[in-house]
Design a protein around this ligand. Sequence first.
Ligand SMILES: NC(=O)c1ccc[n+]([C@@H]2O[C@H](COP(=O)([O-])OP(=O)(O)OC[C@H]3O[C@@H](n4cnc5c(N)ncnc54)[C@H](OP(=O)(O)O)[C@@H]3O)[C@@H](O)[C@H]2O)c1
Length: 242
Amino acid sequence: MRATFDFTGAEALVTGGSDGIGLAIARAFREAGAAVTVTGTKARAEAYPQDLSGFRYLPMIADDAASVDAVAAAFPALDVLVNNAGTAVRPPEAATPEGFARNIEINLNAVYRLTAGLKPALAARKGSVVNVASMTSYIAAPLIPGYGASKTAIVSLTKSLAAAWARDGIRVNAVAPGWIETKLTAVHREREAANAAILGRTPFGRWGKPEEMAGPVLFLASGAAGFVTGVTLPVDGGYSSA
Ligand SMILES: NC(=O)c1ccc[n+]([C@@H]2O[C@H](COP(=O)([O-])OP(=O)(O)OC[C@H]3O[C@@H](n4cnc5c(N)ncnc54)[C@H](OP(=O)(O)O)[C@@H]3O)[C@@H](O)[C@H]2O)c1
């Protein structure tokens, strides 16, 4: 059974849409009829091996406030904002206060900065925000504490903005991916023990595909979820409930 969504005439922005989960979500919105803008860290879309020609492209470096503000300023009106851009500052930098702060800046502060900057544009369309949380929103991230803290805070931010902006007609939800096969998680697939532990704990017994994140995001952004706000939906092959 195939569920389809119709975003004809809608304008969507997917941050970090140049690769991985964001690119899969951006493609799904485009296939559903939306005009889609993606961001990436490179200056131009042509610098990516992926074909981004069907999207409007804007550069955005999340830990550069001016570049985040420039993206917000590019939209007089917006139907869907997917706050997907993010990364994990790796050890040993991750254990330093500077590394911790940088991960919070990229994965949390920039999300608030962009979303707050786009509030008038979202209100103009009674739009919808979908944030991207993580399994580390709920479980320890011992080697990357800044990443874990940022993703736990995304769940809180999702609830707070949902409550604050409901009367403006703006819904705010999130998805919490399990272990999805992207460049971010390549390091875990390359290590046999880590890969086995992930597969062993995931009831589906496999990695998720970026495309499997798209349906839940489109659902949350669509009219089918018109009375849904403030929730974080795990999309994890059962990982969080096992
Ligand atoms: N993969 C998983 O298993 C998993 C699990 C839980 C949560 N997530 C979350 O899902 C989101 C997407 O991750 P992914 O796995 O698809 O990773 P990915 O393939 O590495 O893609 C990350 C995207 O974010 C952009 N990005 C990275 N650092 C950035 C920065 N400092 N400023 C602005 N943009 C930046 C990247 O741009 P470039 O292409 O230019 O580098 C890319 O477009 C992230 O928020 C991640 O935390 C992923």
